[in-house]
Design a protein around this ligand. Structure first.
Ligand code: TEU
Length: 542
């Protein structure tokens, strides 16, 4: 050990490799074509063998599934499609027995239109539940115009008009996402109290962390002004939102063990982003700057430096994310001409070289898994799954697709059920004789099943297993310092404590490896001992 303090005694969330399970698409045990908790329980050994330290579950709550479960009707139960609350409790216990932590997804910005509070609010314009949401009269002579002209996150407007019990047109209500997802009014103390209780509900059941959906959106300007350049947004990243997370931090701090609050905070301004990670607020947040970054040495170095510099003053660890259930798979992104990601330009259907994307995704895995902080692995990333761009329009389910007027392809292509085994769909996702998977799997995935990759030392699955095993045996990876090493333009090389180095070559020509004692792992072959284009190496330097 060097003088560096060991990371082994730091809280898990500063270092962990966290695997994102998207419950609908992970494993289907009951044969309805939709993943479930029994399916996850049957695959916990797979995740333990992969070597992840925590699992983040997407929402598993009762939901009409207008937004794949991000429309929650009951925050204290499990949807029958996925199983029961008792099964969730059993799953948490089984994961803990395997040394795996559990992170629950909490969706506080909005609920489902089927939530009892919203149903009560709709039923009677005089109901007190009305104040728990944003009901407002419309503009114009008949109130026929929405209260604001804001654009929703799924496209379209953010207000839907209600009908009064007598059949007359009524007030409008706010929804930053789909109309089936009414926004809560966080100025109301009952909303705050409710979510504090929901947090306790899951922390009491052993949750080690809470992933906070749309964390920057909760507070709105009650004056409801229009969005305008140069003034704070009326609905995103309001200063008042921080008080909510201070109260949540007081709750997690009151629990034994290290319970973590993890924010989904999409903000272009790194400083504003880091404000969420001040010592009395969230523990960590997803690093979407890195996710959206093109496959380019200078751009990635800029993103890494900017990330570390923003986190340093608040003392929070960075996180590294390549993919999730909202974005185009990075195998596909990295196989395109323009390798960046943004919601505004998803580029579906543009030419893609999947082999190139695969090679780069392998290098990206070694890069992201050796940077300081925690790292996320989205389910199927360890299999090298690419974006399913060929889903027929009539099978697409994401509300983003329809609400954008069928312009945005939506997010179904990164949510396709996992191929586990066998030579044809459903590839062991569901038991034999089941309903079709809720989204069709590309037949070409037969070479990407977990079974097909299991014994192959060159497979993506083996690369992830090997990388995670090395990371576990080297506690100095994860949280801690990073030092850039001298390298030619187009090569990223950095040292981590205790004699570890990572080198990634983005140049068109092979390069020599820096001085080293041993090669621990490479993302591809090293012809002539040199590091080829789009290849990464982990080295022991002393
Ligand atoms: O996503 C939130 C989200 O993607 C936005 O905050 C984002 O800034 C915007 O879409 C960019 O235009 C979360 C979930 O991850 C997603 O799956 C849900 O659909 C969404 O919240 C609503 O709950």
């Amino acid at each position: 050990m060097s003088a560096e303090r060991s990371t082994a005694d730091r809280p898990w969330w500063r270092n962990a490799v966290i695997y994102q399970v998207y419950p609908r698409s992970f494993a289907d045990a009951d044969g309805d074509g939709i993943g479930d908790l029994a399916g996850v329980r049957a695959q916990l050994e797979y995740l333990a063998r992969l070597g992840v330290e925590a699992i983040w579950f997407g929402p598993w709550y009762p939901s009409p599934m207008a937004d794949a479960g991000y429309d929650v009707a009951d925050y204290r139960d499990v949807d029958p499609t996925f199983g029961t609350l008792a099964e969730a409790e059993a799953l948490i216990g089984e994961a803990h027995a395997l040394g795996i932590r559990i992170i629950i997804d909490v969706v506080p910005n909005h609920c489902s239109g089927e939530h009892p509070w919203f149903q009560a609010a709709l039923a009677d314009p005089a109901a007190p539940e009305r104040d728990l949401f944003w009901f407002r009269p419309g503009k114009g002579p008949d109130g026929g115009q929405p209260p604001t002209g804001w654009t929703g996150n799924f496209g379209g407007g953010t207000w839907t008009r209600t009908t009064n019990p007598d059949g007359s047109p009524g007030d409008w209500y706010l929804h930053l996402f789909a109309p089936e997802q009414p926004d809560f009014n966080w100025d109301h103390p009952a909303v705050r109290a409710e979510f504090e209780d929901v947090l306790r509900f899951w922390l009491d059941r052993g949750a080690d962390g809470i992933r906070i959906d749309s964390a920057a959106l909760l507070v709105k300007d009650p004056a409801l002004p229009e969005v305008a350049e140069g003034v704070p947004s009326p609905h995103t990243d309001r200063d008042e939102v921080h008080e909510i997370y201070r109260s949540w931090r007081r709750i997690t701090d009151g629990y034994p063990g290290d319970r973590a609050l993890i924010g989904e905070v999409w903000l272009p301004d790194r400083q504003r982003f880091a404000d969420y990670l001040r010592p009395d607020e969230l523990h960590t947040a997803f690093n979407f700057d890195f996710l959206g970054c093109p496959w380019d040495a200078a751009a990635l170095r800029h993103s890494i430096d900017g990330t570390l510099a923003a986190h340093e003053p608040v003392g929070a660890p960075a996180t590294w994310v390549l993919s999730n259930h909202d974005v185009t798979s990075h195998v596909t992104r990295y196989g395109r001409d323009d390798t960046s990601f943004s919601f505004a330009a998803k580029r579906e259907g543009t030419p893609v070289d999947l082999e190139l994307g695969r090679v780069r995704a392998r290098a990206a895995a070694l890069l992201s898994l050796s940077l300081p902080g925690a790292a996320y692995v989205y389910q199927g990333e360890e299999l090298g799954l690419w974006e399913a761009e060929q889903i027929p329009p009539e099978l697409r389910q994401d509300p983003m697709y329809a609400r954008s007027g069928f312009v945005d392809p939506g997010r179904d292509g990164c949510r396709v059920p996992i191929p586990w085994s066998g030579a044809e769909p459903p590839f062991g996702f569901s038991p034999p004789g089941s309903a079709d998977p809720w989204l069709p799997q590309p037949p070409e995935w037969k070479s990407l099943t977990a079974e097909a990759q299991d014994g192959d030392p060159q497979s993506m699955l083996s690369l992830y297993r090997d990388a995670l095993a090395i990371r576990r045996s080297c506690p100095a990876l994860g949280d801690g310092p990073l030092r850039w090493l001298d390298s030619p333009p187009g090569v990223l090389a950095f040292a981590r404590p205790d004699g570890f180095a990572c080198v990634v070559n983005f140049r068109p020509d092979p390069v020599e490896l820096p001085a080293h004692q041993a090669i621990l792992l490479t993302s591809g072959p090293l012809p002539g001992g040199r590091l080829p284009t789009d290849t990464a190496a982990w080295l022991r330097t002393h």
